[in-house]
Design a protein around this ligand. Structure first.
Ligand code: CAA
Ligand code: NAD
Length: 292
């Protein structure tokens, strides 16, 4: 599948941004990966290299030299930067994957809107915030939408393409084509809380945390139950650690503020406590479980 997009700037070099940069580079796109921290960028490049190696091992099983070439060429397509505005100047598409905070996203997009070329499409990888609200600060509302990837990006096959109230047909079509070009199956979502996947998944994870908090079952047993009893690849508490407990909390707090009468979105004291203690899950070495 061909895409009109050739140059992608990915802002945020964390868990999601590094995966989005990887799949874009694998598909032949020129990528600039941006983070405020050069340490994060160095870590991202390392993990992208390792994950490309996993792909190469599978795809070029009997042709290790071609596998090495694939890794080297994909890596060469990824440049890094700590300057979002500069990196947006050459982009056909900007995918934002920074912290899940409306004010921070607003600040970034208004800065980018002033410098990015006219044709550049802006997209947010937000898990839970409204695309219409995020794009309220830019002039190019017709060239703005949601591109919601799943963790781990190189493995999860879905991409939710979110149409905001003012996303044009041309922008929507370009986003769908780009999603296919980077190897994803795309579905179309309206700008509703959590789109499709997270509207179902987040309340499920939260109910599991509440079950554990009440002492109804151990963490291991809750996870085993959903893996063996419902066929999920990970249990809900393992998944919460994998997504990041801070991200889970950002999502829940945002929805609770917006929909205070919805009990599924009520705050969870145990989640608040773990986040306050810095136990953010896999990325911090500890959450519901400990990691090396
Ligand atoms: N990058 C690249 N490849 C990876 C990878 C990564 N980070 N993690 C795993 N893989 C690959 C492995 O190389 C392996 O490939 P092969 O089968 O070709 O050997 C394959 O994925 C399976 O990996 P593992 O054998 O190591 O482990 P697994 O079988 O337990 O699978 C998993 C790992 C894919 C993460 C699986 O447990 C899973 O699907 N978990 C659920 C993930 C999920 O629900 N994600 C959505 C979270 S919600 C979200 O993202 C939205 C949001 O807004 C919060
Ligand atoms: P993360 O904390 O791993 O990475 C965010 C990165 O953004 C950090 O490295 C931080 O330094 C950087 N950053 C913050 N502000 C910045 C700015 N102004 N300019 C440049 N870089 C900046 O977070 P993540 O898990 O990758 O999540 C990123 C986004 O993707 C969030 O909106 C989140 O809701 C969404 N998302 C997360 C998941 C998940 O499973 N974690 C899945 C889908 C979508």
């Amino acid at each position: 599948m061909q895409s009109a997009i050739k140059n992608v700037t990915v802002i945020g070099g964390g868990l999601m941004g590094s995966g989005i940069a990887q799949v874009s580079a694998q598909a032949g796109q020129n990528v600039i990966l941006v983070d405020l921290s050069s340490d994060v960028l160095a870590k991202s490049q390392k993990s992208i290299g390792a994950n490309l190696g996993r792909v190469a091992k599978k795809v070029y099983k009997d042709k290790p030299q071609e596998g090495e070439k694939f890794v080297a060429e994909s890596m060469a397509r990824i440049k890094t930067s700590t300057d979002p505005a500069e990196a947006a100047k050459s982009a056909d598409l900007v995918v934002e994957a920074i912290v899940e905070n409306m004010n921070v996203k607003h600040k970034l997009f208004s800065q980018l809107d002033a410098v990015a070329p006219n044709h550049t499409i802006f997209a947010s990888n937000t898990s839970s915030l409204s695309i219409n609200e995020i794009c309220s600060v830019v002039k190019r509302k017709d060239r703005f939408g949601g591109l919601h990837f799943f963790n781990p990006v190189p493995v999860m096959r879905l991409l939710e393409v979110v149409r905001g109230a003012e996303t044009s047909d041309a922008t929507y079509k370009t986003m769908m084509e780009w999603g296919k070009a980077v190897g994803k199956t795309c579905i179309t979502c309206k700008d509703t809380p959590g789109f499709v996947v997270n509207r179902l998944l987040v309340p499920y994870i939260c109910e599991a945390i509440r079950l554990y908090e009440r002492g109804d079952a151990s963490a291991r047993d809750i996870d085993t139950a959903m893996k063996l009893g419902a066929g999920y690849p990970m249990g809900p508490l393992e998944l919460a650690d994998y997504v990041g407990l801070d991200t889970n909390k950002f999502i829940l707090d945002g929805w609770h503020k917006k929909y205070p009468d919805q009990p599924l979105f009520n705050p969870i004291p145990l989640l608040d406590k773990l986040v306050a203690e810095g136990k953010l899950g896999v990325k911090a070495g500890e959450g519901f479980y400990k990691y090396d």
